[in-house]
Design a protein around this ligand. Structure first.
Ligand SMILES: Cc1cc2nc3c(=O)[nH]c(=O)nc-3n(C[C@H](O)[C@H](O)[C@H](O)COP(=O)(O)O)c2cc1C
Length: 376
């Protein structure tokens, strides 16, 4: 009995299996609007065999984008462009697939060139925009100091999370997740490295957590009851003086009190180079503790690439859902191949049914490691 291929209830939403596509920036939007790139990307992932597909970090306001190519959901034009993508992806999706979106604000990391153009900060003269942050502390060497954000701007951005949630619900997303990890604005507020305020938005753990909690409350107030709401958080910053597992547990518990249904536990990136020394499934121990301590539905990602490895993590009860990022870019049929390894028969898209489990003898030849457990 495969847990990987068993359904999971996340609040009001049921996903057909435990495999999620992790949010991944495509840097291919036009003024925040999804393009034909997103259309092909999401239509392909809709047929990946993964049960939930979480779209990339999506700016709740124009200045909240990391790069000029980042997706946004602050305008009617953004909403229409994304609706086209999701409507098309749904038409070809495998049975029960759920679509999610990650709402984000890059804060002091905003206004950077596309990764394939170097990823360096860009100035207003080069087409860049404002960087807003809890304190005027640059992200790292070579980064300009951001503007310290005032109360009115904080309120504006918190409201924008609610408005983007409303738009996401109208488009038909099933899952809305706040990006509170990887050095974005909510994480900057929570981090003692990035937040040195003495007012009600900083100071002790409670003050530093306030932005994230009010953001969650704004999303909760805007979300209809049929949507699963959650947040991606850091289990640790992997850096001296940064957030540790106890902070993550406290934050997840508070998010649960706000009515969120799940967390995805990741880590790193509050400063450049603040990354884990990556080993296989490196976020699992922290994610597992968050799950144990809070009882929240918990997802994790990070060098989980093999179906049997994912199954073992689930069998141990460490987490409830496994997210795959680079693995699905490498193999957009990751879910099919995972099912093949586990001997699970997926209901295939009809035009592709000839490559379903046991239908195509070539599977054994191109993937010799796979024991074809077909019943034909
Ligand atoms: C191209 C790319 C874009 C990414 N964009 C995002 C993002 O928008 N939001 C996010 O939370 N993480 C993002 N990540 C991190 C992934 O979601 C994931 O946590 C990380 O790649 C580790 O998982 P993996 O080993 O399966 O790739 C991105 C990763 C990649 C490779």
């Amino acid at each position: 009995m495969s847990i990987l291929f068993s359904p999971l209830d996340i609040g009001p939403v049921q996903v057909p299996n435990r495999i999620a596509v992790a949010p991944m920036c495509m840097y291919s939007a036009d003024d925040g609007c999804a393009t034909d790139w997103h259309l092909q990307h999401m239509m392909s992932l809709a047929m990946s065999g993964c049960g939930a597909i979480i779209m990339e970090a999506t700016g709740v306001s124009p200045e909240g984008r990391l790069t000029p190519g980042c997706l946004g959901l602050w305008s009617d034009a953004n909403e229409r462009a994304l609706e086209r993508v999701i409507t098309a992806a749904r038409k070809v999706a495998m049975p029960g697939v759920k679509f999610g979106i990650q709402l984000a604000h890059a804060g002091r990391k905003a206004s950077a060139a596309l990764p394939w153009k170097g990823g360096k900060p860009i100035s207003p003269a080069e087409g860049g925009w404002r960087r807003l942050a809890p304190s005027p502390l640059p992200f790292g060497d070579g980064w300009p100091a951001p503007e310290q954000i005032d109360e009115a701007e904080i309120e504006r951005i918190i409201k924008a999370y609610g408005e983007a949630t409303r738009r996401a619900a109208r488009i038909g997303f099933d899952i809305v997740e706040a990006h509170a990890a990887h050095g974005g604005l909510p994480h900057q507020f929570f981090s003692p490295i990035a937040n040195q305020r003495n007012d009600a938005w900083g100071g002790d753990q409670k003050g530093r957590m306030r932005f994230t909690i009010e953001m969650a409350a704004s999303m909760k107030a805007a979300a209809p009851d049929n949507i699963a709401l959650g947040a991606r958080i850091n289990g640790t910053d992997y850096i001296d003086g940064g957030l540790v597992l106890d902070d993550a547990i406290a934050q997840a518990a508070e998010l649960k009190r706000q009515g969120l249904h799940f967390v995805c536990v990741s880590g790193g990136n509050i400063v450049p180079g603040g990354r884990p020394v990556t080993g296989v499934a490196f976020n699992v121990p922290n994610a597992s503790r968050v799950k144990q301590e809070t009882g929240l539905v918990t997802r994790t990602a990070g060098l989980i690439y093999d179906a049997m490895q994912a199954e073992e993590i689930l069998q141990r009860g460490d987490v409830d859902q496994i997210a795959i990022a680079r693995g699905v870019l490498d193999d957009p049929r990751w879910g099919w191949h995972a099912a093949e390894k586990m001997g699970v028969k997926l209901e295939m898209p009809k035009p592709y049914v000839r490559v379903g489990l046991g239908q195509w003898a070539g599977a054994k030849l191109v993937r010799p490691s796979v024991e074809a457990k077909a019943q034909s």
